[in-house]
Write a protein that binds this ligand. Sequence first.
Ligand code: GTP
Ligand code: MG
Length: 616
Amino acid sequence: MALGKLISPLASVLLLELDSKFALETVCPISLWSFSAFFIDMANSKYEYVKSFEVEDEIMLPNIIVVHIDGRDFGRFSEVHEFVKPNDKRALELMNDCAKTVSEQFPDIIFSYGFSNEYSFVFKKETKFYQRRASKVLSLIISYFSSLYVTKWKEFFPQTGMRFPPSFQSQVISCASMEVLQAYLAWRQRECHLSNQYNTCLWELIRNGKSEKEAQEILKGTHKQDKNELLYQGFNINYKEQETIFRQGTCILKTEVQHIVKYNQDGSPVQRLRMKAIKVHSKNIASRSFWNDYLCLCRELGQFAEDVNKIKPDYVKSFLHVSKLMPSTWIVIRVDGCHFHRFSDVHEFEKPNDAQALNLMNSCAVGVLEEFKDIVFSYGVSDEYSFVLKKESQLYQRRSSEIVSAIVSLFSSMYTIKWKEFFPQKELKHVPYFDGRAVCYPTSEILLDYLAWRQVDCHINNQYNTCFWMLVKSGKSKSEAQNYLKGTQSQEKNELLMRLSGIIDYYNTLPLMFRQGSSVFWHTHDDKKMSNQGNEAVGKCCKVVVEHCNIIEKSFWEAHPDILGEKFSCCKSLGCTFALDSHHLTRRVTCCDCKVAKFARSDSLSLLEQPSTNCL
Ligand code: GTP
Ligand code: MG
């Protein structure tokens, strides 16, 4: 549930005034799902103060926003999926196709550039995309990209099943001027060239009998010219004749094309100008001659005044929008479905609750907990999930953008991969995507109030929605049902439900998952197993569980002291290693405490469903 909507009707009106198109899309669903709940929410406002911990991260005008995305652990991903070395053209084309669709989906993206497993998206100067909030902007782009990567995979790799969900990380570069943008693009294209030249040499040497280590040794300290000569003399390769997609990377830019919208009665076409995304390769994307030739780039971003002579990466890096999360605080990453009102309509989710849709969300949350060992608890309801990272977490040195993007990206690609498992009869018609943000809570009490706030919200919305849809099913129109419920208190709603259903205490007969949301956490339990000597030994085992329980009551936290305790009784606090063996057919799960390794087949996605088993 998008929390912005619950802030206040006044805030919604303000939003409407600021940007009517943007606000209209987001404000409309509130009336149906949570508007009257808002008033009850006010009565239950004990926990609402937690909202004040959310911080704004707006990228101010006139900075140009660039979102840089980069594959997470892509070395392993490419290894497992047997990408051709040093360049797999299908993998590059898949990246390019995703980037093209991203730039078509978000019209404010004017230019993109990518190579290997990275892409940079440049927004038009005056963009108001998600009101320029860094975490929203980067999470939406990375989420959409990740879901697309999974969706388009089969098109580019028809013979290769996807073994595990790909994920990406992103950062925002806040370019203070056109010169900074130019320096940034020049730097990324030089990186493309240098890494491609190095990798081409490396893999030629390996193909010709050298070990990876020997090849690296040979290339140590070599210059551009040396490498070109090595390729030419040693392997008869003219580097300049290599495919441009490898040497230069790929640009996606918008051009204006005439588009026929209809025909007049006399048969003459009615044309409109439309922006079309096209793929281009160019030797020097930061040169004046390339850039200034494109009308759209000059109009939406500006011209390049001079050519870049010297590339200074440190200078460019100083424009990275780095926001470090406060040390020794609980970090909550909240992920929320984007336009899920529409998404749930298109996919005909059951109203007001679709158990399968919620189970899919829960399954993705389990996957996220298994991947990021610093997450100690998560709570989900509707299209949102909150992930709590332990206070002392040093994940990505507590850099907000990396943590948010990695979690949102993994969640999104898992949602897309697992869709078929939960909806075998339904085709995925829209790309599912989520936004994310990070909020720090300084004490356990405040963290628990945050979680209580979300659970109260779950109850309020669920009770309202159950009443609403029951009224609609009984023959009322949507607006009649809405008016009927306006201003009703919880007790009145319960009575209404009993009257309409004819069942005493009807609300409490609804599944716990609908009423209490879902809590996902590590559960430690005793596990009997045989030792090498054949004796039965009792060890500890921990796995991720999904429960539907009351987390507002302190008794839940007392019954599970491990969740927020500073000391964990299980090896999860140290992190377990999940490594693939050389044949990629098994996954090795090593407990960091006892160093016992277990093996599990990893040749199918079903592996993702297995709980991680760790032993003490
Ligand atoms: P943004 O988050 O601002 O993009 O808006 P949104 O459309 O995603 O709406 P919001 O996050 O406020 O609320 C989630 C929406 O998802 C609900 O209003 C419902 O329309 C829909 N939704 C979530 N879970 C279910 C479900 O189980 N069944 C049905 N029918 N709809 C659901
Ligand atoms: Mg949403």
